[in-house]
Design a protein around this ligand. Structure first.
Ligand code: ADP
Ligand code: MG
Length: 644
């Protein structure tokens, strides 16, 4: 290689930058597009105690943005200061900075915006006899007319920096971003009214409302209907919000709202915590919807790490990650049927009912006795649950999964079991038309029978689906998917945190490894062993796998080792062990679950339904697909054009 040396750049003297240029550089960080201006101005309005904030836009905010509020206003003498860099009324000392509860405190937003636009402020305090208007460019102060509060007008954004103006998208896109900026405020400040006008037309409006109502207004009935309440105190953290059901997950991550102490943030750590709570129930590429409000003592979080304060830094990030995962997990663990039951039977069921999920074992995972025997026993018991032969299914059940199972009562379903040729049917059912259909529930037993959210099995369809009747109408269950989930949850619960048995290999499997894989294998040896994986360096660039998890005789070991190592390098080890083990159990569950085309008796079907009702996360199979659907009477009536 004979590279030609580059000519040295000429040495230039060091000079202090003019104020205007400094602000323009700052604007590069703070003001990316009209929506950034909207966000900063609404921040200021809220800090001023506004109860109504109105945003008026022209051309998606590029031509003009006006934000009006009814807050405290700015005294005339302070007006010129508001536009100066590093001028703020919100903090005065470092101590203030550490307990800051306002949205702004850097004192740079107005200065930055003014440096890349044509800006004016009109403001009036409660004791002033008229408003004053300050033009940023000319510095001119003049009397103006308005009620108490402040209006900031920003015209021709980036007019002086055409290069940046070119990066703006269509007006419609910029408008959408502006509305989103207001929406983020609206979700958390339910007590404030917001309105967005575009080209003289009302684009969005949210009136002051209760927190629940605001959520409905901003994210829609559908989100509320398809999400579960989340509420948890975790050490010094308080978490509230809603987690969308896995089924309502979206292709895009456009419904994920996280707030720390009332401030909207984008935080990878929190995002990861949420994501890992969905891991078990969501298809890889789908994006869950959620709203998460995290309250934490101000001295445990640094909000001053990013110019727009959209990122924060936590003093104890692991604590936050765990709390988030935990809170979302327990919200998701309440299955739909449990919720339905809670709604009908016990209206004030504590929301923490699903709180003890086997996925939340904490960090103390100890490699224990080899437990292949335990695995296979649990598997065997689980998969024979719905075998037709010997005793009624619930006689086997308690041995298999203990607390997860509820004793099925000797309900009416015992009498109506009717294999097509069986003798148990209602003798009055003579017509061939009714063959294979269960007799209606006798009125007398209806009162005694418990209300089963998933209803009473009436038939099996095509060897794949179970049909059941409940109060709302028809329930359709994908029996393999449902059973797979039950077996999986049961395996997790039964095994607790026992280690997986390792099976030594006669001939080690070797594979080429990167330096970081080798380092991880060495550092996390215990963790790997606990998974039944004995992975050790053979040479600088090669790893050897000397044992496999006994429960997985057919896995591609190099593949398995690589993905476990990749996980171990990223996330904390307890979580990886948990997840890798869950993956193994999921594979086993799939093999253990009842196959399609197996005929089930009504008893077996009912037992499966009852198990679903008491199994956490029973609404989705391990791959995130739904396990059951409700078809309401209304929908059925609709099919037959009936009753309207
Ligand atoms: P910061 O919000 O970080 O203090 P800004 O540049 O956004 O910095 O605002 C500077 C100052 O101007 C604020 O500290 C506040 O005193 C005043 N101010 C800005 N907007 C408003 C408003 N809408 N109502 C009342 N005061 C405001
Ligand atoms: Mg501000």
């Amino acid at each position: 290689m004979n590279a030609v040396p580059l000519p040295r750049p000429p040495r230039r003297p060091i000079v202090e930058l003019p104020d205007e240029l400094v602000s323009q550089i700052a604007a590069g960080e703070v003001v990316e597009r009209p929506a950034s201006v909207v966000r900063e101005l609404v921040d200021n309005a809220l800090d001023a105690g506004a109860t109504q904030v109105t945003v008026r836009l022209l051309a998606g905010g590029v031509r003009s943005i006006v934000v009006e509020d009814d807050g405290a206003g700015i005294p005339g003498s302070d007006l010129p200061l508001a536009l100066k860099r590093h001028a703020t009324s919100k903090i005065q000392s470092l101590a203030d900075l550490e307990s800051v509860a306002t949205m702004g405190f850097r004192g740079e937003a107005l200065a930055a915006i003014a440096s890349v636009s044509d800006l004016s402020i009109s403001s009036r305090t409660i004791d002033a006899d008229h408003a004053l208007r300050l033009d940023a460019r000319s510095g001119e102060l003049s009397p103006a007319a308005r009620a108490t509060g402040t209006s900031v007008e920003v015209r021709e954004l980036f007019f002086s920096t055409p290069a940046r103006r070119k990066f703006l998208k269509t007006d419609a896109t910029e408008l959408a971003h502006c509305v989103e900026a207001v929406r983020r405020h609206a979700l958390v400040r339910h007590d404030v009214g917001f309105a967005v006008w575009h080209e003289g037309k009302l684009a969005e409006q949210w009136r002051a409302a209760s927190p629940e109502q605001r959520l409905r207004d901003v994210l829609g009935e559908e989100f509320v209907a398809q999400s579960r309440t989340l509420e948890m105190q975790h050490g010094p953290l308080r978490l509230r919000g809603r987690a969308g059901s896995p089924e309502s997950a979206r292709a895009r991550a456009d419904q994920q709202y996280v707030y720390v102490n009332g401030r909207f943030v984008r935080d990878r750590l929190i995002g990861h915590g949420v994501r890992s709570a969905y891991e078990d129930v969501l298809h890889g590429s789908r994006q869950p919807s959620y709203v998460l409000f995290i309250d934490i003592a101000p001295d445990r979080v640094d909000v001053n790490v990013h110019p727009t304060k959209i990122e924060v830094r936590f003093r104890d990030s692991r604590e936050v990650h765990q709390a988030v995962r935990h809170a979302v997990e327990s919200a998701l663990a309440q299955s739909r049927s449990a919720l339905a039951e809670a709604a009908t039977a016990a209206p004030d069921l504590p929301s923490s009912a699903g709180g003890t999920s086997p996925g939340s074992l904490g960090t103390g995972w100890r490699p224990a006795l080899p437990s292949a025997a335990q695995v296979s026993l649990a598997l065997q018991q689980a998969s024979t649950l719905y075998a037709r032969e010997p005793s009624p299914p619930w006689a086997v059940a308690p041995a298999a999964a203990g607390s997860l199972l509820r004793q099925a009562p000797d309900g009416p379903h015992g009498q109506v079991a009717n294999a097509p040729t069986g003798p148990a049917g209602n003798p009055a059912q003579a017509a061939p038309f009714s063959q294979g259909l269960a007799a209606p529930l006798p009125a007398s037993t209806a009162a005694e029978a418990p209300v089963w959210p998933l209803g009473r099995a009436i038939a099996q369809l095509a060897g794949v689906y179970i049909l059941a009747e409940n109060a709302q109408g028809l329930v359709i269950v994908d029996m393999h998917a449902a059973h797979e989930r039950i077996v999986y949850e049961r395996l997790k619960a039964t095994l607790g945190d026992a280690a997986l048995e390792a099976q030594p290999l006669l001939i080690p499997v070797t594979f080429a490894a990167t330096p970081s894989e080798v380092a991880t294998a060495e550092a996390q040896r215990d963790t790997l062993m606990a998974l039944g994986l004995d992975v050790a360096p053979l040479s600088t660039g090669t790893l050897a796998v000397r044992s496999r998890p006994a429960a997985l005789p057919h896995a591609d070991l190099a593949d398995l080792a690589r993905s476990v190592l990749a996980d171990l390098a990223q996330v904390d080890s307890s979580r990886v062990v948990q997840r890798a083990r869950d993956d193994l159990l999921a594979t086993m569950a799939c093999h253990g679950a009842v196959r399609a085309n197996r005929r089930l008796t009504l008893d077996e079907m009912n037992a499966l339904l009852r198990d679903m009702e008491t199994t956490e996360r029973a609404d989705q199979c391990n791959h995130g697909r739904p396990t059951w659907r409700q078809v309401t009477m209304k929908e059925l009536d609709g099919l037959f054009l009936r009753g309207r």
